[in-house]
Write a protein that binds this ligand. Sequence first.
Ligand code: UD1
Ligand code: CA
Length: 451
Amino acid sequence: MSTALILLAAGQGTRMKSDRPKVLHAVAGAPLLAHALQAGRALSPERTVVVTGHGGESVAAAAHAAAPGVRIAVQEERKGTAHAVAQAAPLLAGYEGDAIVLYGDTPFIRPETLKAMRAARATHDIVVLGFEAADPGRYGRLVMAGDSLERIVEFKDADAETRALTFCNSGVVAAPAPLLFELIDQVGNDNASGEYYLTDIVGLARGRGLSATAVACDEAETLGVNSRADLAAAEAAFQARARGAAMAAGVTLVAPETVHFAFDTEVARDTVIDPNVVFGPGVRIAQGARIRAFSHLEGCQVGPGAVIGPYARLRPGTELAADTHVGNFVEIKKSRVEAGAKINHLSYLGDASVGARSNIGAGTITCNYDGVSKHRTEVGADVFIGSSTMLVAPVTLGDAAMTGSGSVITQDVEPGALAIARARQVNKPGMARKLFDLLKSRKKNSHGKAE
Ligand code: UD1
Ligand code: CA
């Protein structure tokens, strides 16, 4: 059965107290909306429509970035969830498959859950995702008769008996797209909120003799974000799951609660991650690497057996091949480092390539930026860069070249050559003592004057 996703993302998120639309707030480095789209991707949707409203342009841009090919419907005025879904109708005109409605602020619905809903559609016209709520609060209540869902009653409109129900509406709904829009056309707004409730389609369908049911999921999946505190709780839930998944996949986390993953971090087995390591988006770590304490990695690839940190910073575009070593206070950006090369102390590499087995001495800096443009530094294989070398890009050092420490390298160095680019040392006998005496007498005189 083909599926279309309709993602509701028009909410203002007043309780976030933010200038940024709610669905653009991030969990694990990705906007809430991207998490919801990611879950929906498990259904291989034929079409995806994102309904935007407040802050529409930035939401649309984020939706396109997260799921290329999405279409955007705009809900100019916020009149309720049924009205929001109705905005997607023109973009799904003539579409005969199923539609699944998701919320952009509900990031954790599992793909398996959506598949269970699709399976239930084989026997029911409408399938709603429900959950047993520990505290049902203001959620809509699902009124069941056996496995038949009779209607959904919003908290505000519910009597005491209905409010006592604990089986609640997550908001996720699956139905044939033509039926969904037909029922939505009939939804009115004569209720406690004066809104067009999507939830009313269930009662309308039952009134016509159509069938509806609810699939149950874990309450944690339906966690919605309405405030900064909810956002922090969502982050914590994500991190707990990501840590568990990494360990289950054979990764050692020495202090799991201190390691922070991004939504797309990939770590292969037998990698050991020490305490206080942070992964930004786009990191892939191969088998058997070691990430030592207080390292920050984003947008980079780390090869098998590499040793990173402590206190290393790997920025986007960094590729480290097998068995490379990157030590403390080393920053690397947009650079490729070949197998076995070492950059162990206090260095910056930007827009560079380093050949196999080369050793970059302490305090080496690629001067990659002239204030206007970035330039490349190419270091060959088996090169030895002396400590505190400035590599003024663009510059190329051939295989097995060497630089004297403290050099400022502004010209290419041919393979096998030693480059020394610093002033020659001069020793002046007795001069230090004379200078000390002079300085001391000056200090004494100046004190005498002040008193
Ligand atoms: C809704 C459900 C309720 C369910 C709860 C689960 C209805 C009428 N009620 O209530 O049964 O228990 O979600 O969290 O559907 N939105 C729009 N445009 C609108 C209104 C809403 O895009 O005009 C979006 C919101 O941004 C949000 C989602 O739809 O992502 C749900 O809206 P919200 O106002 O939070 O619904 P609730 O009152 O929480
Ligand atoms: Ca809500």
